[in-house]
Every structure is written in C-alpha cells, then in structure tokens.
Write a protein that binds this ligand. Sequence first.
Ligand code: ASP
Ligand code: SER
Ligand code: ZN
Length: 640
Amino acid sequence: MKRLFLATSCLAVLALSACQDGQTVEAGNTVDELTQAAVTPAEQRPTVQDAREFLDAAERDIVANGIIGARAAWINANFVTEDTNALVAQTSADGAKLSTRLANEAKRFNGVSLPVDMRRKIDMLKRGSNFPAPNRPGAAEELSEIMAGLDATYATGKFNIDTDNPKIKDVLGEVEGDTINLGEATRLLAQLRDPELTQQVWEGWRTVSPPMKNDYARMVELINEGAQELGYDDAGALWRAGYDMDADAFATEVDRLWGQVSPLYDQLHCFVRGELNETYGNDVVPLDEPIRADLLGNMWAQTWGNIYDVVEPADAGAGVDVTALLKDQDYDALKMVETAEGFFESMGFAPLPDTFWERSLITKPQDREVQCHASAWNLDGQDDVRIKMCTEVTGEDFDTVHHELGHNFYQRAYKNQPVFYQSGANDGFHEAIGDMIALSITPDYLVQIGLLDEADVPGEDADIALLLRAAMDKVAFLPFGLLVDKWRWQVFDGTLSPDEYNDGWWALREQYQGIQVPDERSANAFDPGAKYHIPGNTPYMRYFLSYILQFQFHKAACDQAGFEGPLHRCSVYGNTDVGARFNAMLEMGQSKPWPDALEAFTGTRDMDGSAILEYFAPLMTYLETQNEGRTCGWDRGASE
Ligand code: ASP
Ligand code: SER
Ligand code: ZN
C-alpha cells in the first residue's frame, strides 16, 4: 500500500524520510558542507535559537501544506479524472518546492552544535524527500505532473479478453463487453487453472504499462538531479540513507537478512515447482527452470496462497480456508473492517472515530475511476484516519484490511509527536504493524469471533497444512520484496538504461524469485510498470523489512503473553498487556532511531530473520523431506 501521511506533498517532505546518524550533533552531509561550516566565522554562524525558530516555522508550513495536499490526493484517488490529476499535480509541486526549500535552508545549520533532537529534525529536513524535485523553475511542476499521470494510468488500466470463454465466465460471471480491469484480472489469476488463459490474463494486464516507460525514464532523470542537489549520488542512495544508518550498510543489511531466509524460500520454491509440474506437466513447468510467473495465483507472483489447492499435500491434514469461512458467514467488506478494528480494540486501542466510517472507501464504486490499490491515510495528522480499498470477501483481503488498519492505528498512536516524527520508526515498521496483528488470526481466534466452529479447529496433524498455506504468502513474498527496489536502485544509478529496464527486471525476477516470463516479451514491454508501486512511486524495500519484522514482533508479543506452543498457534487477541507495550513503540513514531523503537517492544536492536525461520521450522523439515530426490534450484545456482 501507499501510506499517505499528511499529504503526498508533505510526504515528500517528511513521511518517507528518515535521518542520518541521530547521535551526531554537528553533522553535515558531505565533506564540502563540513569544510564550509568550519570556515564560517563563529559570529556569523546561526545559533540554536535560530534553528529552533527555523524548525517551528518549518513545522507550520509542513502542516499547512500537508492538509491541502492530502485532501487533493484523497479526492484524486477517489475520483481519478483529468481535473483531479491536474489538481494533485499542483499541490504535489507545491509540496516538492517546500521540501526543496527546507532542505536547502536546513544546510545553514551544518557545523552548528545542536541538541540531539533538533539535529535529528534538521537532518531529516536535509534529506528532502524520496522524490526530490530539482531546484530550478518548472522542475517541480514537471515532476509532479509525470507522477500524477503514471499513477492515473495504473488506476485506470484495462485490457481486452474473451469474456465469453466459459472458464472466464465461471470466475467473473456476466461481464459487459470484453474489457476487464485489474480487480477482475486478479480474480482470474487466483482462480483459473488453465495455463493458456492465465498467460492471456498475465500478458493482458501488462499492456497497460508500455505507455508509462518514457515518462518513467524522464522522472528518473528529474529525481536523480534533485537527489544530487541534496548531496547524494543518485535517488537510490537517497532512499538507502533513510534508515538511521549508512546507506551502503543498509544495502548490506538487506542482503544479510535475505541470506538468513533464502534457504527456506529455496525449499518452498522446489516443492511448489514439483507440485505444479505434477499438475501441468513438463512442457509447462520444466523441473530445472524458473517457474512461469502466470501460474502462481497472483499477478506479480508475489504471494502464492491462491494456488494452495494445487500444492496441498494429501497427507497434510485439513487447514483453514478463511475465504470460505467469511463467505459461509455472510461477511461483507464492512464487517471485515469492523472485525479487524475489534482486534485492535481487544488489545486496548480506542475504537476508530466515526469519521473513519463516514469517510473511508471500503468497496469499489461502480460509477467512476478510483485508485483501487489499498491504502491508509491520515488527512490531518490527528484523528482523520481513513482507508481506501476495493475490498473483496477473501482471506487475502481480510489480511489486507488488518494491514491497512495497522497504518491507521500507528498514525493515531504517534499523532502527538511533532510533525517531523509522525512516521514509522522506519518505513518497514509501518508496513509490519497490521501484518503482525494478522499473524494472530489463528484457528482458535477464529473460533473466538465465531467464524469457525470449535469442532473444526485443525489438530496438530494439520500444522503442516496451516504452515504451508502461510508460507505460500509470507515466504514466497520475500525475494519479491527484496528485488523491486534492487531494480529501482539499478535504474537510479544508471546500471540499467531505459532500453534495459525490462530485461533488468526479469534478470532480478529470475535470480531472486526463480520465476520467468510465460513467453518472450515484446521490445516495448515495461513490466515493472504493471506493479502498482512503480507508477505509484512507493518505495518497496519497506515490505521486505516488514516481512522480517512482523515475525519478530509476533514472537516478542507471544513471549510477552507467556504463550507456550508453536508460534503459528499463538494469538494475542484480547491481550491488553501486549497492547500497552505495542502502543509504547507505536507512539514513539520516528522520534528516535528505529533500533530504539525495536528495543522498546522486542528487547533487541537488530532486525533478524530468525523469528520467521522459527515460525516455519516444522515446515522446513517437511519440505526438505518432500524435496529429497528432486532437483531444486535453477541456473542462478542450484540449491542442492
Ligand atoms: N498492503 C498492500 C500494500 O502495502 C496493499 C495491497 O496490496 O492491497 O501495498
Ligand atoms: N502490499 C504490498 C503489495 O501489494 C506488499 O504486500 O505489493
Ligand atoms: Zn501498507
């Protein structure tokens, strides 16, 4: 999701920013800046009082700009038209200019001794935004117009398919005309089990993105120029600098985390490929090649839970199908959101305000274009929280509803922080809050809320079924979470030229995920543009971090609750002690370096993949046994 803070424009200033080393009170970004500070005579240097006044004024400007920008962005996402695109481009340009001005003004305080907290705020401002506009007339406008256009192209994307085909009709019912949107394509890929048709749907959605490519390339030029003006080599270096640590160290850190968890992914990949091969045969799923990307039940092959039925082991016991339970109990989208709210309430969080229910968009309207990609918002930095989602009654969207509310509860928890700190400890934390809660949707919890009959709670013999279903989403996602920004880093630093965008994307998809295109791509293909966060310009490494962190949070919560038993059976529903400790981390926002926040809740200062490994340990053993005698891996280096 794209989490909007006060505004798209304010988000440009702050929400996606983080700071340099918060302990250094006299920091300047570059040697040049430090030298320049050193030669400024002491009496001409700004004082602490000057810095305080600057920060106060900055805060006022950010809030004022943020509210109008957020309203424009909200209206645009809810009514995508030429006019709302133009309006949001204008407010975003204002936000971008504000961000650039504040970043430049903040440089005045290089070399000035400031209290740690003020230094942190100044350094955050100096980092500008993740999409910095160059500081010359017209640049912010050009950038904002491109960004609004890319987002709208994705939101309104449609393509043709034979809607009279009986298998397609089976999934979609009667559709008027032959044109479908992403929501329909999503359902098709989840439910079709015919490789010819999945290929058509997969390729069809990718016809929306070639027109984005030139604009995307131009946007890259602009934000690189902006990043260089801020003192970074390119926009990727700027993004990597947002984690309270050295930018290069951050790149090393994500590789370290991937190294911890990739053996688990390799086993899952091997198993799933083997099962798909049994269903579709050697021609469609050769046993020594990456898996065809259209066969995994998700448009981007990022989560595989939708094809659980294809890989379900005969001997693994019956798990729980949340989609079926929701449908059996006549849940609708609203009830799904109310249920998710109930979880947070059970942990001691106050209910969502009435305005949440009045103003959120929870189902897809039929009469207009909206940006259906799920998101959570806080319009005023206080209590005006909302979600915008085209919710379907599925287990997948039940998780997403918890995910989005996690953003809202986090936003509300830190609303009393100064505007600079109204953000996640790092952006991975923001993505992990609701997902951590959703990890507590266990069979016992489903009984407690009346979705599952006590008699249907799967016994221990179904542990593998439960874990495999979870792994198809949570483990399968890891390499995708990692590679999206590896691609963007290569785009930003020039490793990939526009001509190489698509091949570079597929090289990473193959290397990390072990998936491949169903058929050769055409020369104008721009497949990254078919994934929301590329045209939507939302950084993605946060999701990789979140999939690590949410298991760390879950384990810490279960330890605090004194839970004994396997982690996947633990639910912290109703536990107000855990809730209070969780809230203590949430209300810190970004006021401290993220290891402090992590420590407040988990007692450790490092991100660590061992909790996800522990969660799936019994499955790992099972997969290794099942994969004995199978050829695993693909030509990026076999795992066996
Ligand atoms: N939770 C998702 C994301 O963060 C939103 C979605 O995929 O529906 O992008
Ligand atoms: N929500 C993010 C996405 O849709 C990651 O799960 O890609
Ligand atoms: Zn999110």
